[in-house]
Write a protein that binds this ligand. Structure first.
Ligand SMILES: [Cu+2]
Length: 149
């Protein structure tokens, strides 16, 4: 009995170790939505994504009328360009460390943006130089706050 228990513990430890040491890429899923039911309209859910280089972020059109595309003023140097079509699922491959700004083209002035932060925020200076349009500033500032954490 004791030895069998010991074996189970050893197995569990082994499993934990292999997970911790795994370098396999993660897929993050972000919904594109009209409302979150908590008084927020036109949004990516979640809006802030902490990722690792090599991960992917899949943007899913949960509601119609949205897309996901890069914010050119907030994009890691050398990272591939990114633009999804309206109502289409699109996958961002995180190929460089840094801060990736994502917007929905139709609703960007209403603040529909997301940030993906992977590894070192190499382009952090862009957070200060970049000026989002209209009421996007408020959500931009909230996301910017999270990058520092
Ligand atoms: Cu939208």
């Amino acid at each position: 009995m004791t030895s069998r228990f010991g074996l189970a513990v050893a197995g569990a430890l082994l499993l934990t170790a292999s997970f911790a040491g795994s370098a396999s890429a993660e897929e993050h899923v972000v919904k594109m939505m009209n409302a979150n039911g908590k008084g927020k309209f036109m949004l990516f859910e979640p809006e802030f994504i902490k990722a690792n280089v090599g991960d992917t972020v899949k943007f899913v059109p949960t509601n119609k009328g949205h897309n996901a595309e890069m914010i050119p003023g907030l994009w890691p140097e050398g990272a591939a360009e990114f633009k999804g079509d309206l109502n289409q699922e699109v996958v961002l491959t995180v190929d460089k460390p840094g801060i990736y700004g994502i917007k929905c083209h139709p609703h960007y002035p209403m603040g529909m943006l997301a940030m993906v932060v992977a590894g070192d925020p190499t382009n952090k200076a862009q957070l200060d130089s970049y000026a989002p349009p209209g009421t996007a500033q408020k959500r931009f500032d909230a996301l910017k706050e999270q990058v520092g954490k």
